[in-house]
Design a protein around this ligand. Structure first.
Ligand code: PLP
Length: 454
């Protein structure tokens, strides 16, 4: 095969010996070795052995515009030639960073007027936490330091963001600064006691937030963080109206409302941001992934004028706000982001994604009838299948069976890449450029895979 890598065995051995793979069991990885990818085009990957795979997960839910977009490559190359680096530190700036900030303010909810450009999602969340602490100190409310988030939430793995994350492996053995983080139940229609009734589930979530704030004391609570749809927790799709209800409750409780759109942003759920679907205007918002479609690293933390002014006017005159990185507002990443944003709108990628969502929904819904599937859920091009051993009792599988690993391996053999969460949830996030034929191939391969492990 022309794209197979000639020295794959050597690469495999070097990887096992030297390259740390985060979020994998390190010793297991050494035994199994890596899956080395060689090239990609559109929705298709080719691995180092020349095996072709349909990528139903857009890399790590990030390559929203698909692989091989030549105009993105050109944007990066031109920017590298003209000005490969300009610090975002101090007063220096660059044209792509300035234009990107303006563009993000135009497309984000109207409440968000200020942009901090980061290296990715973890840094965006970390910055949001640091800015919120700074804000409450600056406005003379230093007791407001407790953060509330959702059980099964994922907000990256920086030292502060991993605390908001409520997935056990991100805490185990790390001694995180946990005392300032608190969690309320996830709005999971399939698993929550009130799940069958959307309005009851929304009311239960609001009641949990109120109860948690009452328990901690409103004077001590800084903010509520949430993903509009929890991604790494297993693609938990709350009922429509949930985000708006939580936003209204946070306002009433006098705590900041922070929406983490790292996965849901940039057309993943239909609109450019999930907030837009419910007219939600957060105090802060974090984003990454689809911002550059994974071609280069970049994220952003956006904030309201109120939060910005609190920090800007609270600092003693002339004293810097001490948060930043060498690669903040990187001009090459910003140039890539601008071209990716152009593709979403003028390139028709967003519109194609909205059309594709109907095929995606139909394919997942049809699998509800499969003997292994307990729940199929989706919004836009974000979806999951939850597998059960007993549909009535919603019981999962014994983790010792390693079901998800077996399904993932069978999928790979059948030329399909997706993701598994824990041992029983399969996640899907195809590129917004998927064609009708690619959806047909995706679901044929998925059905074959599920049948094989049955
Ligand atoms: N927030 C959410 C909702 C995420 O899904 C992720 C990553 O998957 C992050 C934050 C962290 O982003 P990154 O992996 O770019 O650091």
């Amino acid at each position: 095969h022309p794209t197979a890598l000639p020295h794959h065995a050597t690469l495999d051995a070097i990887d096992r010996a030297h390259l740390i793979h985060p979020v994998s069991p390190w010793r297991t990885h050494e035994q199994r070795g890596p899956t080395v990818l060689a090239s990609a085009r559109g929705a298709w990957l080719t691995d180092a052995n020349g095996h072709e795979l349909l990528d139903a997960f857009a890399g790590l839910w990030c390559v929203n515009v698909g692989y091989g977009q030549e105009s993105v490559v050109q944007a990066a190359a031109e920017q590298m030639r003209r000005l490969p680096y300009a610090t975002g530190y101090f007063h220096f700036s660059s044209e792509p960073a300035i234009r990107l900030a303006q563009k993000l303010v135009q497309i984000a909810p109207a409440s968000l007027t200020r942009v901090y450009l980061t290296l990715g999602g973890s840094e965006a969340v970390d910055a949001a936490v640091r800015f919120i602490v700074q804000y409450y100190n600056a406005i003379g409310k230093p007791s407001k330091k407790q953060f509330i988030a959702l059980e099964r939430g994922y907000h990256g793995s920086s030292s502060t963001g991993a605390g908001l994350t409520a997935l056990p492996v991100f805490h185990r053995g790390f001694d995180l600064p946990l005392p300032t983080q608190h969690y309320i139940p996830s709005p999971n229609p399939y698993r929550h006691a009130d799940g069958a009734d959307p309005q009851a589930l929304i009311a239960a979530s609001v009641a949990s937030l109120r109860a948690k704030v009452a328990e901690l004391g409103a004077d001590n609570v800084a903010a509520f963080f949430c993903e509009p749809i929890q991604g790494s927790g297993g693609v938990i799709v709350p009922p429509k109206g949930w985000l708006k209800a939580m936003r209204d409750a946070a306002r009433e409780l006098d705590i900041l409302f922070v929406v983490d759109e790292v996965i849901t942003g940039f057309g993943r759920t239909g609109p450019i941001f999930a907030c837009e679907a419910e007219g939600v205007e957060p105090d802060l918002m974090t984003m990454a992934k689809g911002l550059t479609s994974g071609y280069v690293p970049m994220g952003a933390t956006m904030m309201s004028e109120k939060v910005y002014a609190g920090i800007a006017d609270g600092a003693p005159a002339g004293v810097p706000v001490g948060h930043g990185a060498t690669y903040s507002a990187h001009p090459v990443s910003a140039a890539v982001a601008l071209e990716v944003l152009r593709l979403y709108e003028e390139g028709g990628v967003l519109a194609n994604g909205r059309r594709g969502a109907a095929h995606f929904a139909a394919g997942l819904d049809a699998l509800r009838a499969h003997p292994l599937v307990g729940d199929a859920r989706h919004r836009g091009l974000l979806g999951a299948l939850e597998l059960v051993s007993d549909k009535q009792g919603k019981r999962g599988f014994d983790p010792a069976l390693g079901l998800a690993d077996r399904i993932f391996a069978a999928g790979y053999r059948n030329g399909l890449v997706f993701r598994s969460f824990g041992d029983h949830i399969l996640g899907f996030a195809p590129a917004l450029t998927f064609t009708e034929d690619e959806f047909a191939q995706m679901f044929a391969r998925l059905k074959k895979t599920l049948d094989e492990v049955l």
